[in-house]
Design a protein around this ligand. Structure first.
Ligand SMILES: NC(=O)c1ccc[n+]([C@@H]2O[C@H](COP(=O)([O-])OP(=O)(O)OC[C@H]3O[C@@H](n4cnc5c(N)ncnc54)[C@H](OP(=O)(O)O)[C@@H]3O)[C@@H](O)[C@H]2O)c1
Length: 250
């Protein structure tokens, strides 16, 4: 079976299947992270070459089930997964963690995309904690009057940075007390985040809430149509249903 990964959930699913008697998992990564932390299962890296390439891969490797456990903002690969599964008849499930929802003490401005997030920072210079990943920095280059503290898993290409930016490389999960200290030490005035959901990076939102710091929250792209489960456990339960007929020799 093929697990489309790059997330905590994908790694958890792969690790849970590492010693499965009937399933041989392969974890697929886009290859964006130079030094990913990998579970002990076979892995491949790099794109498939669109829908046709992925469909060809599923057929060539006799893939019997496909789990799309990519990030909620990785819209293209999820669309491709659904289309390739339709073409080949391979059963597919998507893992989609629930989005974060603002509580009464949160000061969120919700925006539809990254250019809108850059615009929402306003015309007056602010100290911004930018946690949107290393691939989505371009719109912030158009608002160079802010000072950006950029956190990503690996340092971004310096050519992509806004002029007043400092980078820190760090991999979650993060702790709320450490997030609060960081926001205070850096005198952060506004946080920019994707609505990724999940527990690993949520502590920055709790810290912002406690300190009364506003958050510009970028909404998710439209989800690909198809069946979804909210977490790794849901995907493993779905897989049990797929595998059950094999166990009966059907
Ligand atoms: N976007 C985020 O905010 C974010 C955050 C954390 C982790 N990630 C992870 O980073 C990866 C890339 O994200 P993205 O937003 O660039 O994706 P994307 O825009 O949906 O995908 C762009 C292209 O990258 C290739 N690709 C993406 N995920 C792949 C995978 N797991 N295995 C093999 N090829 C893959 C596919 O190329 P082909 O068309 O050639 O097959 C796809 O068409 C994903 O694995 C995602 O789970 C993304």
């Amino acid at each position: 079976m093929l697990i489309l990964g790059g997330t905590t959930e994908a790694s958890a699913i792969a690790a849970a299947l590492a010693d499965h008697p009937r399933v041989r998992p392969v974890l697929s990564l886009a290859g964006r992270t130079r030094a990913p932390v990998l579970p002990a299962v076979p892995a491949r890296r790099g794109g498939f070459g669109g829908v046709d390439g992925l469909a060809g891969f599923l057929q060539a490797h006799d893939v019997a089930a496909l789990i799309d456990a990519t990030h909620p903002f990785a819209a293209r690969i999820s669309q491709n997964a659904q289309a390739a599964a339709r073409i080949t008849g391979v059963p597919v499930i998507a893992v989609s963690r629930p989005p974060w929802i603002a509580g009464p003490s949160d000061r969120w401005t919700e925006v539809p995309d990254m250019p809108a997030a850059a615009q929402a920072l306003g015309a007056a210079p602010r100290r911004v904690f930018l946690t949107v990943g290393q691939q989505e920095l371009a719109p912030f280059r158009l608002a160079p009057w802010h000072h950006y503290l950029i956190r990503s898993v690996e340092p971004p290409d310096s050519a992509l940075l806004p002029s007043a930016a400092r980078c820190i490389a760090a991999r979650g999960p993060f702790r709320e007390d450490a997030e609060r200290s960081l926001l205070e030490q850096e005198t952060i005035e506004v946080v920019v985040s994707k609505n990724s959901g999940g527990a690993a990076t949520a502590p920055k939102l709790a810290a912002a809430r406690t300190l009364g710091i506003p958050v510009v929250m970028v909404a998710r792209p439209a989800a690909a149509p198809g069946d979804t489960v909210p977490d790794a456990a849901g995907a493993l339960a779905w897989l049990d249903h797929v595998v059950a007929p094999w166990e009966r020799g059907v």
